[in-house]
Design a protein around this ligand. Structure first.
Ligand SMILES: O=P(O)(O)OC[C@H]1O[C@H](OP(=O)(O)OP(=O)(O)O)[C@H](O)[C@@H]1O
Ligand SMILES: Nc1ncnc2[nH]cnc12
Length: 175
């Protein structure tokens, strides 16, 4: 019998380590390092399945958000023969760049990206407050891209119905 979505989620979730009070007091940090160490392949295969074959065909590149989004996004891009577009934290990409301020569960900052065009799949590891993903998606538009889909490995379920321009964030592991 093929595994169900629930089996896959339970299987992968058990490799995520909970760390209390990191990086700040009161935060339970969901550490994906053990999962990537032991099950990187199945993680990427499962994330691949968040898009249909037709959807994969339509996108031009995968955009990943620094830094854990780079690990997942670049592997997905390679797996599907697509390009990779980095969304970086301020001051890392050479100019010209477009910028956007954002807030996340335990901080704030500025994201930057180089201009381009085409259809993107936007990837990150964790959806917590959604501040990072929504700002990154806005930034893709500012930079000249379209965002065909948004996907994260983990949805912490801190906000019940995340939407960006009407699109939900697809996910593998829900809390
Ligand atoms: O939904 P939010 O509340 O916005 O939080 C989600 C963001 O928080 C983490 O980013 P962090 O800046 O810690 O990135 P890194 O460890 O991947 O560099 C995570 O990688 C997401 O990008
Ligand atoms: N609780 C959390 N664990 C891991 N990454 C995060 N990014 C934002 N909140 C997080």
């Amino acid at each position: 019998m093929p595994p169900t979505d629930l089996d896959l989620m339970t299987d992968l979730k058990q490799f995520i380590r909970d760390v209390a009070d990191f990086p700040r007091s009161g935060i339970i940090f969901r550490d994906i390092a053990p999962l990537l160490r032991s099950h990187f392949g199945p993680t990427i295969e499962t994330m691949s399945g968040l898009l249909s074959a037709q959807e994969w065909e339509r996108i031009d590149a995968v955009a990943g958000i620094e830094s854990r989004g780079f690990m997942l996004g670049s592997a997905l891009a390679l797996r599907h023969g697509k390009g990779f577009v980095p969304i970086r934290k301020k001051g890392k990409l050479p100019p010209p760049v477009v910028s956007i301020p954002y807030q996340l569960e335990y901080g704030e900052g500025v994201l930057e990206m180089q201009q381009g065009n085409g259809r993107l799949l936007l990837i990150d590891d964790v959806l917590a407050t959604g501040g990072t993903l929504a700002a990154a998606a806005d930034l893709c538009l500012l930079a000249g891209y379209r965002v065909d889909a948004l996907a994260v490995l983990i949805d912490l379920n801190l906000i019940k119905d995340f939407r960006w321009e009407g699109q939900a964030a697809r996910t593998v592991i829900r809390y």
